[in-house]
Design a protein around this ligand. Structure first.
Ligand SMILES: [Ca+2]
Ligand SMILES: [Ca+2]
Length: 86
């Protein structure tokens, strides 16, 4: 990951219909787009979730959903362990 960059997931995915990005929850098609250049590229054929970095003008990139759950688990673990120390 780029230095100083934080990644944020947005609830947008094309898991059910490749190349059609929908909001998770409502299932509505996204009415606008703010993709980075050359994205979404569905890299490796497995990128169905969307995130952005707090740099690069917050532009979107599609990324593997597996990575998303991993990231969220790590975050929760960190918060949990820091609470424990207090
Ligand atoms: Ca995809
Ligand atoms: Ca991508």
């Amino acid at each position: 990951m780029l230095k100083g960059a934080e990644s944020y997931w947005i609830g947008l995915s094309d898991q059910h219909d490749e190349r059609t990005f929908r909001w998770e929850g409502t299932g509505e098609e996204v009415g606008f787009s703010y993709w980075r250049k050359h994205q979404p590229d569905n890299h490796g054929g497995t990128e169905d979730c969307t995130h952005y970095y707090n740099i690069d003008r917050y532009k979107w990139n599609d990324m593997s959903c597996d990575y998303q759950s991993q990231y969220i688990c790590q975050r929760m673990y960190k918060e949990f362990s820091s609470n424990e120390r207090v």
